[in-house]
Ligand binder design. Structure first.
Ligand SMILES: C[S@@+](CC[C@H](N)C(=O)[O-])C[C@H]1O[C@@H](n2cnc3c(N)ncnc32)[C@H](O)[C@@H]1O
Length: 282
């Protein structure tokens, strides 16, 4: 969670309160305004004043605290995870021996690089908007931190808007998904639905960044929970803004019929290559 995001959330709350105070006065005299004021108040409290509901999960239950984690590019940009969050993300991926990792929201590639550094043979896919779009890392190409640093072909970089991108070639093929792209409710919900499909039928983990700090993310994470029908641990990692969903051993991810692609799931990674716009190789 960045200062900028904090500022944006705070000013949205202040603007909302100002708007509601004005509407409250008018609504005393005007019935249609009263009806819409009550609806807006309910929506405002639902989105902005919502408290996180996920139970807290102690970090020690997710990662081996005695394991050595390697990190580089430790200077944090305002958009990014803290070092503790970064360590937890790569720690979980390693602990679970994730062989197929998908990151939604590459930015400069700091987390992608850390995932690469702490796994020996994991295949990592990462997607971001094409470079130059708002949010791109200081005018640099998304993923630029790993472009020169990584000398093998384990990272496949994708470009596209996750709201429109066709993720179906990877459905049912991933072990670990990190969601950290658009932070609106719409984006977070769409990316969460994608993540569930990427993991469907497998044992694995989804990690969300900015849970409990960005209202849209908090709402989306909690809304997808009822669509998971298999046994999982779903929680808020203590002391971080990470939410996690971890399947239980021997219990592959099963989704409700609204979300499930049962019967349509493909594990053909080969098809994935046709979507690769730039592959990081030496
Ligand atoms: C917070 S940054 C990601 C940080 C990165 N995961 C890390 O740990 O360093 C969010 C990124 O998501 C990208 N993004 C935002 N909306 C997106 C969308 N609809 N599709 C794909 N990427 C998106 C932005 O361009 C930005 O680079």
């Amino acid at each position: 969670m960045s200062l900028k995001s904090n500022f944006q959330s705070t000013s949205a709350i202040i603007r909302g309160i100002g708007h509601m105070a004005a509407s409250a006065i008018v609504s005393l005299f005007h019935r249609p305004t009263r009806v819409s004021f009550l609806a807006a108040s309910r929506e405002f409290s639902r989105v902005y004043l919502r408290k996180p509901h996920l139970p807290e999960i102690p970090t020690g239950s997710l990662i081996d605290d005695s394991a050595t984690i390697r990190l580089t590019r430790c200077v944090r940009n305002e958009w990014q995870t803290t070092l503790v969050e970064l360590a937890v993300i790569v720690g979980i991926a390693r602990e679970r021996k994730a062989a197929n990792i998908f990151e939604i929201g590459t930015f400069d590639g700091r987390t992608t690089l850390a995932l690469h550094l702490n796994t020996t043979d994991a295949r990592i896919h990462t997607i971001d908007l094409p470079g130059g779009k708002p949010g791109s890392p200081g005018g640099n190409t998304p993923g630029y931190l790993f472009h020169d640093a990584v000398k093998d072909d384990r990272i496949t970089q994708l470009q596209g808007n996750s709201l429109e991108f066709d993720f179906s070639p990877w459905f049912g093929s991933q072990d670990f998904v990190f969601i950290d792209a658009g932070h609106s409710y719409r984006n977070a919900l769409a990316d969460s639905q994608t993540a569930l499909r990427l993991l469907e039928g497998r044992e694995g983990v989804i990690v969300w960044h900015d849970y409990a700090v960005m209202p849209g993310v908090t709402q989306a994470v909690e809304e997808v929970m009822p669509h998971v029908q298999s046994e999982v641990d779903f929680g808020w990692v203590k002391g971080t803004s990470l939410a996690v969903m971890v399947t239980h051993v021997g219990k592959p991810l099963k989704l409700s019929s609204e979300y499930s692609g049962e019967g349509k799931v493909t594990t053909k990674q080969a098809k994935a290559d046709s979507h690769t716009t730039s592959s990081v190789a030496d």
